[in-house]
Design a protein around this ligand. Structure first.
Ligand SMILES: Nc1ncnc2c1ncn2[C@@H]1O[C@H](COP(=O)(O)OP(=O)(O)O)[C@@H](O)[C@H]1O
Ligand SMILES: [Mg+2]
Length: 426
């Protein structure tokens, strides 16, 4: 018997860690893989001083905190380098490769990135050295001219954005000045706005697993993900899946989301450097079970297959494809092969079907159990004001029950007695 320790690095969220632990518990905290038995312990990380040579009890850490919390981020780097701990995500490439680098890399790989300019910051650091450099080398520039050349509407947003911080949709000169004046010391992108688009898609990816969801950014938080199964054609569905896997394999990110805007038959990725994206039940609702299963499955695979943590990127093999004479579709197909190889897709799928054959039933069972009601209650209470608790509990319960119903085996169709077609979920 081998024991593996799965660490959770989290902030104030309770929903997905509680659900993940409950799901693993239903699997007996035990996995059989290629003739060996593994006991899996889960522990939540605590933040304290650490010696750089300290051993680590963790074999893998799922991290939702270190992107903005710096002591644990440095602990993660120590754990990867000194203790060989596997990390979801890679803090080395997430720290150095922000939204801007991700745009640049995907432009090089031939994806359709909306025209984007980097604009020097409005407010410079208040130091004599900086002032002298600015006087010598900073050129005056014509921001309205750039916006006009790109064409309104444009988006002004931080080059390393996240969580919609500092994002402004700009439709005219007055708004442009206002947004830039408000940007302070932030380095900004000015990006072509894709107006009147057909669909906004958010793909969530964990290892080689990708789910693409119909996202409605204009709606309130609880209603942004629409329950909608066929909103992309199979071809476009395949394209966004490939783009998402490509980005993650290229940057060695295991847990990320990719936003694409679809307009006039083209998929435009606009935001795809989202370290450890939101997987809260209050956002994902109907799709939450998919996310938790995917997170657990990939973590367990990495643990029992002893997948080594890959710290550095290997961009050249992607650039070789980018620089070849292939068409867009041929390049995507070649990237997909590399990405599937990076994520050991075949080996993972075999693991999912054999070692985790009981995972789907365990999740279905959990979602229908009183234990899950408790998790939902706790989350709703922590997220919404008191007078909305009842309404939101019913809202999420309803959506998760709808998911559970959809997982039940459907009765076989009998030709002589056609029944009304079941309604598509709203
Ligand atoms: N080029 C664009 N065209 C249309 N909408 C955009 C564009 N860029 C951003 N948006 C809108 O602004 C939101 C936030 O921008 P995004 O780049 O996703 O920033 P963040 O990284 O903060 O999430 C997006 O969800 C989308 O609704
Ligand atoms: Mg975004």
């Amino acid at each position: 018997m081998v024991t593996k320790c799965l660490g959770l690095l989290i902030g104030d969220e309770v929903d997905w860690p509680d659900t993940l632990e409950a799901l693993l518990h239903r699997l007996g905290n035990r996995i059989e893989y290629r003739g060996k038995s593994y006991d899996i312990n889960v522990r939540r990380l605590r933040i304290r001083p650490f010696s750089l040579t300290a051993p680590s009890r963790y074999d893998l850490v799922i991290d939702r905190l270190a992107y903005w919390h710096f002591a644990p981020r440095e602990w993660l780097k120590k754990a990867a380098l000194v203790n060989r701990t596997y990390l979801l995500n890679n803090p080395f490439t997430f720290q150095s490769m922000e939204k801007h680098s991700a745009y640049c890399a995907m432009i090089r790989l031939g994806l359709h990135i909306p025209e984007t300019w980097l604009i020097p910051q409005k407010v410079n650091p208040d130091t004599e050295k900086f002032r002298r450099t600015a006087a010598l080398y900073h050129e005056h520039f014509n921001l309205p001219g750039i916006a006009e050349q790109v064409g309104y509407p444009v988006f002004l947003k931080p080059f390393d954005g996240g969580g919609w911080r500092g994002v402004t949709r700009v439709t005219d000169l007055r708004k442009l000045h206002e947004a830039y004046n408000n940007s302070g010391q932030s380095l900004m992108h000015l990006q072509k706005g894709l107006a009147d688009y057909d669909i906004f898609c958010r793909s969530l990816a964990i290892g080689p697993q990708v789910i693409s969801l119909h996202f409605q950014p204009e709606k309130p938080h609880h209603a942004r993900y629409k329950v909608d199964h066929n909103f992309l054609t199979p071809e476009i569905g395949r394209e966004v899946t490939t783009i998402t896997k490509l980005i993650n394999a290229f940057f060695c990110w295991d847990f990320n989301s990719c936003e694409t805007i679809h307009k006039d038959g083209i998929a435009w990725p606009i935001d795809f450097a989202n370290a450890c994206p939101d997987v809260a039940v209050t956002s994902l609702h109907y799709y939450y079970p998919w996310a938790i299963k995917a997170l657990l499955a990939w973590s367990l695979f990495c643990l029992v297959s002893e997948r080594p943590v890959q710290i550095a990127m290997q961009p050249q093999k992607y650039f070789d494809i980018a620089d070849s004479e292939r068409s867009y579709d041929e390049k995507l197909a070649a990237y997909e092969k590399l990405a599937d190889g990076h994520f050991q897709r075949e080996q993972f799928e075999e693991f999912r079907q054999t070692s985790l054959a009981g995972l789907d039933d365990a999740m279905l069972d959990l979602v229908q159990a009183p234990e899950f009601d408790t998790i939902l209650h706790n989350t709703v209470e922590a997220t919404f004001p008191r007078h909305e608790h009842g309404m939101f509990f019913a809202h999420y319960r309803g959506l998760l029950s709808l998911w559970a119903q959809g997982q039940q085996p459907q009765p076989e169709a009998v030709e002589e007695e056609p029944e009304a077609a079941p309604e598509a979920p709203a």
